[in-house]
Design a protein around this ligand. Sequence first.
Ligand SMILES: [Zn+2]
Length: 136
Amino acid sequence: MSTVFFLQREPRRREDAPRPDKRDEPGTGVGRVLVCAECLHAVTSTSARIQMSGGHSHTFANPHGFLFHVACFAVAPGCDVVTEASTDFSWFTGYAWQVAVCRGCGTHLGWRFRSADSQFHALIVDRLAETDGSGS
Ligand SMILES: [Zn+2]
């Protein structure tokens, strides 16, 4: 007579649960939501990414020597502009800029650039956080 121990050591078999695919699907126009890193207010989405002056993201210095790593978006509904348009030291030739802040908490998120016939937002990359947009 012997005692048999069944050690439940078998590797736990994780069924790889099918996960919804969160990659950007070109053409779906949805993308992932980019939120304010401070308050998580929705600011824009990855599908609004555009290229300006040959790239989506740029590093610029302002006249005070602060460096900003910004990314360009066609729209940023979660931003409010809080200054008059200015062309002083504009990073994008032909565009006037306005300071853009989070509608949720007022954090400075970047700038809106506007020319006679177009506009876009250049937002400071590390003031945004990416979420998956499945909730909305
Ligand atoms: Zn905010």
